[in-house]
Design a protein around this ligand. Structure first.
Ligand code: IPE
Ligand code: MG
Length: 228
């Protein structure tokens, strides 16, 4: 969800206004995804590198996040959305951590849409955490080094219980992954949009899905080509 700051700047508003508009765009995106019956949505809300921003902006982002946890969770719950958080939440304040835990518990039984919110998330940290967990298991004698294969590794990552993403959408014109789901995106189709996140709407979701539908996914194989 990129481009909140530029959106605000273009309108002569403070960056915090951009983030507020961005949170509205997220509500719309969740609605659009629900309407289309898509079962999984993962959003990059706060990266482990976002701490490098001025402390006022970090505070504004976290306040917005707290507000969403109290205001939006009821609505998400009513719509059958299960909310999960991925990333290192230890860095957050007690109230924020409690809010996340409450949101996860409250929505745990919902099955219409699984909404994963990446907070203080980094793809490399995800991989490093997996390596550490495997090392712990080996040290405890629960696993031998030979048993470490791609499946075993993948099981230690965040979201190992759901399929890898089919489509990644990045708004705001930048064409890079910026340390998002590095392992999980190995065969994901990438869609880059110049639209700034606060302007992203249901039509843009449709555009991305239409484009996705035209892609031929071969996963390293030959796809529909005849194997003559
Ligand atoms: C993304 O918008 C929102 C978050 C990082 C939470 P930016 O704040 O990165 O917006 P730009 O890139 O400065 O326009
Ligand atoms: Mg940005």
């Amino acid at each position: 969800m990129d481009g909140n700051g530029r959106w605000a700047q273009r309108q002569g508003k403070a960056r915090s206004e951009g983030h507020r508009a961005g949170s509205e765009a997220l509500r719309r995106a969740v609605e659009a995804v629900l309407e289309r019956g898509i079962p999984y949505l993962t959003v990059y809300a706060f990266s482990s590198e976002n701490w490098n921003r001025p402390s006022v902006e970090v505070k504004q982002l976290l306040d917005l996040f707290m507000k969403a946890l109290t205001r939006d969770i009821r609505e998400l719950d009513e719509h059958g959305v299960r909310v999960c958080f991925i990333g290192d939440r230890e860095a957050f304040s007690r109230p924020l951590r409690d809010g996340m835990r409450r949101a996860e518990r409250r929505t745990a039984a919902n099955v219409k849409l699984r909404l994963n919110v990446a907070v203080n998330y980094g793809g490399r940290a995800d991989l490093t955490r997996a390596a550490r967990q495997l090392a712990d298991k080996v040290q405890r004698g629960e696993l031998t080094p030979e048993q470490i294969n791609q499946e075993a590794f993948g099981r230690e990552l965040f979201m190992s219980d759901i399929p890898e993403p089919d489509l990644l959408i990045r708004t705001g014109g930048e064409q890079r992954l910026s340390n998002f789901l590095l392992w999980q995106l190995a065969y994901t189709e990438l869609f880059f949009s110049d639209v700034l996140w606060p302007d992203f709407n249901a039509d843009h979701v449709t555009q991305a899905l239409t484009d996705f539908a035209s892609r031929e996914r071969r996963f390293g194989g030959l796809g529909q080509v005849q194997n003559a």
